[in-house]
Ligand binder design. Structure first.
Ligand code: ATP
Ligand code: TZP
Ligand code: MG
Ligand code: MG
Length: 275
């Protein structure tokens, strides 16, 4: 067994044994899939949005996930309330800047305000979304990343991590995680994930479950990415002749069935040099 497999396996066991509560303030498209994915993993999902209750919920959660996919001004305010409570109680916050840059609300108010007002432990987005957070224009079509820009994803992630002072994950064919110094590249997953809405959003919440049981965010994030990629690879293998519908169900099954020791060959992690 390689070293990283031990790390991933230990954290996966910890998630399964402790069932951390993940408070999701997420978009209206992906709530059900996110809850089912977290249940499959062994975590406890809760969705709570009301300004009157979000501070209390965030305070008792193992992680808070802020996802700006379907935004309005009131929701941004509630996210900041939840985030401030999470910060006060030492609860990690993960931000998914869905669609950042696609509209002025998602660009100016949603992601940027949230990053300024609360201390975010990890940002996870596609390359276009992360690029917009640091003021670099990249093509985005609604919530989907367009063509790549001048900076490679690893360089972009390092720049974002330094500027935003947080762990940054950029996903795509390969995933990058960095704290601005150490860079890891995770391979695995399957292109069918791009045909299932919420595959990115659920990933951010899964990273929340790992962050709830491990305070080293580089370790938690790496483990979560490898685990998620392996589950998708295994699901794609099992549904090779079928389409996104069967894949989605098989993926939920794999999230629940994957156990320490069954990752080999389905995901890989390598170190890369920071720019
Ligand atoms: P987008 O809206 O641009 O699709 P997203 O927020 O849905 O972004 P993705 O970048 O699609 O997020 O990442 C979600 C998951 O899908 C990650 O685990 C990622 O590794 C995986 N993934 C995305 N594209 C591919 C691909 N071509 N091959 C393998 N895995 C992929
Ligand atoms: N529209 C607004 S939010 C959303 C869509 C389709 C879901 C995006 O989910 P993901 O995980 O980024 O594909
Ligand atoms: Mg996707
Ligand atoms: Mg997304």
């Amino acid at each position: 067994m390689m070293i990283w497999e031990k790390e991933v396996s230990a954290l996966l066991s910890k998630v399964q044994q402790t069932g951390p509560l993940v408070h999701n303030m997420t978009n209206v498209v992906v709530t059900n899939f996110t809850a089912n994915g977290l249940y499959a993993l062994g975590a406890s999902p809760v969705m709570a949005y009301a300004p009157e209750e979000v501070a209390d919920m965030a305070a008792i959660a193992g992680a808070v996930v802020l996802n700006i996919g379907t935004l309005n001004r009131e929701l941004v305010d509630a996210m900041i309330t939840a985030g401030q409570s999470a910060n006060a109680h030492g609860v990690p916050i993960l931000l998914d800047p869905v669609g950042a840059g696609a509209t002025r609300l998602s660009d100016g108010v949603g992601a940027a305000d949230t990053c300024r007002e609360v201390k975010v432990s990890l940002v996870r987005g596609n390359a276009a979304e992360v690029a917009h957070l640091v003021g670099e224009a990249r093509e985005i079509k609604g919530v989907d990343a367009g063509s790549s820009g001048d900076l490679g994803n690893a360089e972009l992630a390092v720049r974002a991590a330094r500027e935003l002072d947080t762990m940054v994950v950029i996903t795509g064919k390969e995933d990058v995680i960095t704290d601005g110094t150490d860079v890891r590249i995770i391979t695995g997953g399957h292109a069918l994930l791009t045909k299932v809405t919420g595959a990115g959003c659920l990933l951010t919440s899964v990273l929340g479950a790992f962050a709830a049981v491990e305070s080293n965010m580089l370790l938690a994030g790496t483990a979560g990415l490898a685990f998620y990629g392996a589950a998708a690879s295994r699901a794609a293998e099992r549904t090779a002749d079928l389409g996104p519908g069967s894949f989605q169900n098989a993926f939920l099954d794999e999230l629940s069935k994957l156990h320490p020791g069954s990752l080999q060959g389905y995901a890989a992690i390598r170190e890369a040099a920071a720019a």
